[in-house]
Design a protein around this ligand. Structure first.
Ligand SMILES: C[S@@+](CC[C@H](N)C(=O)[O-])C[C@H]1O[C@@H](n2cnc3c(N)ncnc32)[C@H](O)[C@@H]1O
Length: 324
């Protein structure tokens, strides 16, 4: 029963985020009536939503006055360094798509084509890119600690999205220059983000599809993060081979993603993530990290054991060094 109603919890969070409850409660507490007046909402209905949010530990309530819980203040109020509201809005955009899971399972097709949120719809694209940026600011700070690029001068970031990882690596290593190969619709938003991070001089954009854009050569390191879960084995192998061809022996390939263990059923989040990608990308799914290790080895890389990110981050990173 808990599983069958878990979407209630999701929708309460998504709605509160969408209508701006957490923003309105930033640094203050308010009654349901006062908040309803400000938000032009029905007071009785809003109180039910606020009470549900208290149950979810998103809000606190004292004598009829509601306030943000501390994690909400840290992650759901716009402007804070840990803000995840854009990422939550992107989940919100996928709520109806998840309702089409039966159709996806029957016909094997995504119910939200990639083109919709990588250029065709400006609103969806913006939420996708800024949602990735929000998440990457957290995950990327871990990645730059896990992967030492102090000997690298040239980084190619394939499907680099907002460019946040490249930017964080470049901030960490003053000698590093990065190129972000990304679809033009996404790259347009990435340009704004890189400018706001004041790193455009060392992180440049290469707008195009990795399907038909040649990789620049002379890379010391190629990063493929969050991309291979959108591709089937042949394209994964092709991207790995092209990464190898773009570097000298000793060059590095860093692949970061959500992976399952061998067999595909665990961890549970990774198996669910495969469904999310089925719903949202033409060749979407999830790979086992052991498959990636094998494909990298067969392309000539010596590969270290996959490193898990600290919980609750579901990602793992696989690093390889090209052999002579
Ligand atoms: C989940 S995002 C990962 C973004 C970023 N690397 C990260 O880890 O946050 C996958 C990215 O691959 C990009 N992408 C998908 N197909 C692509 C293609 N054919 N050429 C270039 N980029 C592509 C998408 O636009 C998206 O930004």
């Amino acid at each position: 029963m808990a599983l069958s109603t878990a979407f209630w919890d999701s929708q309460a969070l998504l709605t509160a985020n969408r209508i701006g409850v957490f923003e309105k409660l930033a640094g203050t507490s308010m009654s349901a009536e006062a908040l309803a007046t400000e938000m032009r909402a029905d007071p009785r209905a809003l109180r039910l939503l606020l009470n549900a949010c208290v149950g979810l530990e998103l809000l606190t309530e004292e004598q009829g006055s509601y306030a943000n819980a501390s994690a909400t203040a840290a992650f759901l109020v716009p402007g804070g360094p840990g803000y995840l509201g854009n990422a939550i809005r992107y989940s919100d955009n996928l709520y109806a798509t998840w309702g089409q899971l039966e159709r996806a399972v029957r016909d094997g097709q995504p119910q939200l084509p990639t083109s919709q949120y990588t250029g065709d719809s400006d609103a969806l694209t913006r939420d996708f890119v800024y949602g990735m940026h929000d998440r990457a600011l957290g995950i990327g700070r871990v990645l730059v600690e896990l992967v030492d690029l102090s000997n690298c001068r040239k980084l190619l970031d394939v499907g680099g999205g907002p460019g946040t990882y490249s930017a964080l690596f470049a901030q960490q290593h003053p000698q590093l220059h990065a190129q972000v190969l990304e679809l033009p619709g996404v790259a347009a938003h990435a340009r704004d983000i890189l400018q706001a991070m004041d790193i455009s001089e060392r992180v440049s954009l290469l707008p195009g599809s990795f399907r038909d854009t040649e990789f620049p050569d002379g890379n010391d390191v190629v990063l493929i993060s969050g991309v291979l879960h959108r591709e089937l084995e042949p394209m994964c192998r092709e991207l790995i081979s092209r990464a190898a061809a773009s570097m000298q022996a000793g060059g590095r390939l860093v692949i970061s993603d959500v992976f399952t263990d061998a067999g595909g059923c665990s961890p549970p989040f990774a198996a669910m993530f495969g469904l999310n990608m089925l719903l949202t990308a033409e060749d979407g799914g999830v790979h086992a990290d052991s498959d990636l290790v094998l494909w990298m080895q067969q392309a000539g890389f010596e590969v270290a054991a996959p490193l898990p990110f600290p919980p609750p981050m579901p990602h793992r990173v696989i690093c390889g060094t090209l052999q002579g």
